[in-house]
Ligand binder design. Structure first.
Ligand SMILES: Cc1cc2nc3c(=O)[nH]c(=O)nc-3n(C[C@H](O)[C@H](O)[C@H](O)COP(=O)(O)OP(=O)(O)OC[C@H]3O[C@@H](n4cnc5c(N)ncnc54)[C@H](O)[C@@H]3O)c2cc1C
Length: 362
């Protein structure tokens, strides 16, 4: 937060007219905004959270939830409840457009006017398939519902498409849980390398663990997906920007993410912020990862408050070049990657468990 060390907790409004702040999407960043508002309510601001689902599952705990180490209530934010405590109206609706002239968000519950808008709608997998066997990992609650059904289907098989970190975590946990007696889980990755963004040693540890839990890894470009014979197919493909962004006049990156400046402000729009997976941070693009979403939060909170207060000076976001990775390895064991360190242990899992629980409670 380099621009100014002064921290604004609640804006000192310069006029008494009520303004309308819309928080679009209940992602990691907006959950932190809501938590700030619980402690520092916004007088004279009508704040609305628009979310397509009332619960927000925390992805970091999803593998542990699949493994039965947690119950769902421990891993999800109850958005209407948090909103109620923050003095924010919760609107269950799906946004599908934006009118930048009228300053309204188009939703399936009608247009929602805003004075200030913050967008945190995450990303979607880069493939949409009309096949009842196929479920993307995101939105997480659809994935988790499917997982619960699979637990009651003793013979059904599972394919996971995509060997990035999320695909590997989910595949290892699925195999550890389901491969009792027969091998039911296969991970498909078109390249020969798993988790390409991490050091090669991390992929080797994942492969060794795959052998232990009986996870089959197939190096194949699967096209079309209908070729696969598994009854359940999970897509763990690279994140894609929501398609509806393209129908707006927002400036987008070539891949369709909202282009934001150093203050997380949509390029060319003083009254629109965006954060989390749905953005491209134009000063220095970074990965789409929850770690960055969490780090956007304090900057976004400050900048929303400053704009509401009529401040001209905003905080800058400075992405870190690398971060600590803790990946569940199918069971109470985790891989830690913090260059140059790469190792797996049960202690890593306990460390991850501690961090994740703390994140949910603060
Ligand atoms: C299995 C798995 C494990 C992962 N583990 C890690 C990890 O350990 N570390 C890490 O850094 N990252 C991890 N990730 C990535 C991480 O989940 C994302 O980077 C993170 O969720 C992005 O947060 P976000 O706030 O941008 O959006 P999200 O958490 O995706 O939240 C977006 C919210 O907006 C809502 N929404 C979407 N569209 C609309 C709409 N049109 N109208 C209304 N509401 C809408 C969604 O329902 C959702 O609630 C993991 C991902 C997966 C799938």
């Amino acid at each position: 937060m380099s621009t100014s060390q002064r921290t604004v907790l609640a804006p000192n409004l310069k006029n008494s007219q009520t303004k309308r702040l819309i928080l679009l999407g209940g992602g990691h960043v907006h959950v932190q905004v809501l938590k700030h508002l619980i402690k520092n309510p916004l007088p004279n601001i009508e704040t609305v959270l628009i979310s397509e689902e009332p619960e927000q599952l925390y992805s970091g705990m999803l593998p542990g939830l699949m493994g039965g180490f947690y119950i769902a209530e421990q891993c999800q934010f109850d958005l209407p409840e948090i909103c109620a405590r923050a003095g924010v109206r919760f609107l269950r609706a799906t946004a599908n457009g934006l009118d930048l002239v009228d300053k309204t968000v188009a939703t399936n519950c009608g247009p929602q006017p805003y004075d200030l808008l913050s967008i945190n709608v995450g990303s979607r997998p880069a493939l949409e398939v009309d096949d009842p066997r196929v479920t993307p990992l995101k939105p997480l609650h659809f994935f988790y519902d499917r997982w619960l059904k699979i637990l009651n289907e003793p013979n059904s098989r599972v394919a996971i498409l995509g060997g990035g970190a999320a695909g590997v975590e989910v595949a290892l946990m699925a195999a550890a849980r389901l491969n009792v007696g027969s091998k039911r889980v296969t991970l498909y990755e078109k390249s020969n390398a798993l988790m390409r963004n991490l050091p090669p040693r991390a992929a080797q540890i994942a492969r060794d663990r795959a052998q232990e839990v009986g996870l089959k890894i197939v190096t194949e470009f699967v096209e079309p997906i209908s070729k696969l014979s598994e009854e359940n197919i999970f897509l763990a493909l690279p994140p894609q920007a929501p398609v509806w962004f393209r129908s707006t006049l927002l400036k987008l990156s070539p891949a369709g993410f909202v282009a934001v400046d150093k203050n997380l402000r949509a390029l060319g729009h003083e009254n629109i912020f965006a954060a989390g997976d749905c953005i491209e941070f134009t000063p220095s693009p970074h990965a789409h990862a929850g770690v960055y979403a969490v780090r956007h939060a304090p900057i976004l909170i400050q900048n929303i408050l400053r704009v509401l207060a009529g401040d001209q000076i905003l905080c800058d976001f400075h992405p870190q070049s690398d971060f600590l990775h803790l990946l569940t390895l199918g069971g109470r064991k985790a891989l830690l990657v913090r260059r140059p360190f790469v190792f797996a242990s049960n202690l890593n899992w306990r460390f991850k468990d501690f961090i994740d629980r703390k994140y949910m409670q603060t």
